[in-house]
Design a protein around this ligand. Structure first.
Ligand code: FE2
Length: 366
């Protein structure tokens, strides 16, 4: 019996809606950080590593589907799958563990005003990027996976990728936007406020990006970062980056000291007030979700009115909002500073991205 299953093989099984039972054997704290959607957890890490043959006896395993064990990097999960195999269970270990599953992805689709929007989701980390296409042209917003992924999507839809852009300098994953722009021969657009160490085509607040039948308006919404940008598609959709999520708001302190964090909180308040005052039926499509994403094809997005009802912070006055935000900021994860520096430089030569990007995202404060 084969011992392992690769990320690609498991992703294909999920894509085909095959029934797979995922058994997560990591310690509880690692499980909390990030996980595979719909997986089952048993904190058997120590027992497995101690060679205890009863380590998984408390798990009620189904008899009608494949069992896949998972851990951080694929070593302890292999002990688990071998143990199950010895007991006659068809079990496989996810090769490379969560560190490898970080690059598993799926999509959800939306058509609005004749424009196709494809939400590309990194399933473990909850990172969302978008391919927006009309006629034979497309833009990619916040590319977070290998350029081939976006190029294949564009090709399937008969689109040439005309533009690539990021909503802001990301701190929780290495942007693939520059690579994609080069690979696709697309123009790399960024709001002209962005302080980057490579050349890009600057677009100003209020400017309109045109491709196919699309007019995408650039709206500067600073706060999460100084350059944070929202892209507005007609009266239907706002691509909000990490400024506002479907159930929360972006944290303003990333990469910043305390004083700068307070200044950012003030402008974030204004940006949120502006965005949440737009037509309540417009759909918020963010750059993250706080949960691991299932392979269910369900778009992650909510109308502005729903998002507004979930964010009570927006009812505070500006000073109250700033005070509250300042008191709630969790520490910036150390790898965020490294990742943001890479994204400003536009190159990650010599960096092992799988190590750097491991772990859940920490972009929200509420
Ligand atoms: Fe961010």
């Amino acid at each position: 019996m084969e011992d392992i299953i690769t990320v690609r093989e498991l992703q294909e099984k999920f894509d085909k809606q095959e029934n797979v039972f995922i058994l997560d054997v990591r310690p509880e704290d690692q499980r909390k950080e990030w996980q595979i959607a719909n997986s089952v957890h048993v904190d058997a890490y120590k027992l497995l590593n101690d060679g205890d043959d009863t380590a998984l006896d408390i798990v009620d395993l189904p008899h009608d589907c494949m069992i896949v064990t998972v851990c951080a990097a694929g070593r302890t999960s292999l002990l688990a799958s071998k143990l199950l195999q010895r007991k006659g269970v068809q079990a496989y270990s996810l090769d490379g563990g969560m560190k490898a599953w970080n690059y598993a992805w799926n999509i959800a689709r939306l058509t609005v005003e004749g424009v196709k929007v494809i939400q590309v989701r990194r399933a473990a980390k909850g990172v969302l990027s978008y391919v927006v296409g009309s006629k034979n042209e497309a833009i990619v917003i916040d590319a977070a996976l290998d350029p081939n992924v976006y190029q294949a999507i564009a090709e399937d839809n008969g689109w040439k990728i005309k533009f690539v852009t990021d909503t802001h300098v990301h701190a929780d994953y290495v942007s693939r936007t520059r690579d994609l722009g080069r690979a696709a021969g697309a123009k790399h657009l960024m709001i002209d406020k962005a302080k980057l160490e490579f050349n890009y085509v600057g677009v100003a607040n209020g400017e309109v990006i045109k491709f196919g039948d699309v007019e995408l308006e650039v709206v500067h919404t600073p706060g999460h970062t100084w350059e944070s940008t929202t892209f507005k598609l007609g009266d239907s959709v706002i691509f909000t980056g990490d400024t506002v999520f479907t159930d929360g708001i972006g944290r303003p302190d990333l990469k910043a000291g305390a004083a700068e964090g307070i200044e950012k909180a003030k402008v974030l308040y204004k940006s949120l007030k502006h965005l949440l005052s737009l037509n309540g039926d417009m759909l918020v499509l963010p750059a993250h979700t706080s949960n691991s994403i299932a392979f269910d094809g369900k778009l992650i997005g909510e109308p502005i009115k729903t998002v507004k009802s979930r964010i009570s912070l927006i009812e505070l006055s500006e000073p109250e909002f700033v005070d509250y935000t300042a008191s709630r900021l969790p520490p910036t994860p150390p790898n965020y500073l490294t990742i943001a520096a890479i994204n400003r430089a536009g190159t990650y030569d010599g960096q092992v991205l799988a190590d750097l990007e491991a772990g859940g995202n920490h972009c929200a404060i509420a």
